[in-house]
Design a binder for this molecule. Structure first.
Ligand SMILES: [Zn+2]
Length: 201
């Protein structure tokens, strides 16, 4: 988002069209791994409440809600649960690929809802990844994976660190730029406008 613009009802979306503030709500197009996937809510008596990914949409099954806030909270929770599950299916493959290429071995990884970080790497080689990575294109997810794996070798952002990143991903600067441009959009799905734009890695 440009520095001088203020959050209003209208803003530019990830895809560049003008639309309302981004949130998980009926009819919203969600950028699942960079694909445009509509979110559909089915309210029905005696539903098993859950979110599913079908061939054409993210489908939320709910009991009829008491009020709009109740429905909003449930849609948020179920969607987040689904995104975490989907990211858990994708992430191990990306980690394996870049861990094999680089030779950098991580111990464990976890997916978390985080306000100010896309990922982190502990001194023991434990990695954390932001749930919001389910809403970025795979090449952006790959950049975060590469970035955190390189911290296993270099626990800082020195020129040696960036050389390691560049070896694994020569065009990593494009991914950094994409994140700067889009991270507020991604965070707004999880935090509304509470999210700060300065996500660290
Ligand atoms: Zn970093």
């Amino acid at each position: 988002m440009p520095k001088n613009s203020t959050p209003t009802q209208e803003k530019k979306s990830v895809t560049g069209d003008k639309k309302k503030i981004l949130a998980f709500r009926p009819g919203e197009i969600v950028p699942l791994f960079g694909m445009q996937v509509p979110l559909v809510v089915n309210e029905k008596l005696r539903s098993r409440e859950r979110a599913l990914l079908t061939k054409s949409c993210i489908q939320i099954h709910l009991e009829p809600s008491k009020n709009a806030n109740d429905a909003k909270r449930k849609i948020q929770n179920h969607t987040e649960k689904l995104l975490k599950k989907l990211l858990n299916e994708v992430l191990p493959h990306r980690l394996k690929k870049y861990s094999e290429i680089s030779g950098f071995q991580f111990k464990t990884y976890r997916i978390k809802k985080m306000k100010s970080r896309w990922g982190s790497c502990s001194s023991l080689g434990n990695l954390n990844f932001n749930i919001g990575l389910a809403l970025v294109p795979i090449q952006i997810l790959d950049y975060i994976v590469v970035h955190e794996l390189c911290h296993i070798k270099e626990a800082n952002h020195s020129s040696r660190f960036w050389k390691e990143v560049e070896l694994l991903m020569p065009n990593y600067r494009q991914a950094k730029h994409w994140l700067r441009e889009n991270e507020l959009d991604i965070l707004s799905y999880f935090y509304g406008w509470q999210g700060k734009a300065l996500t660290k890695l």
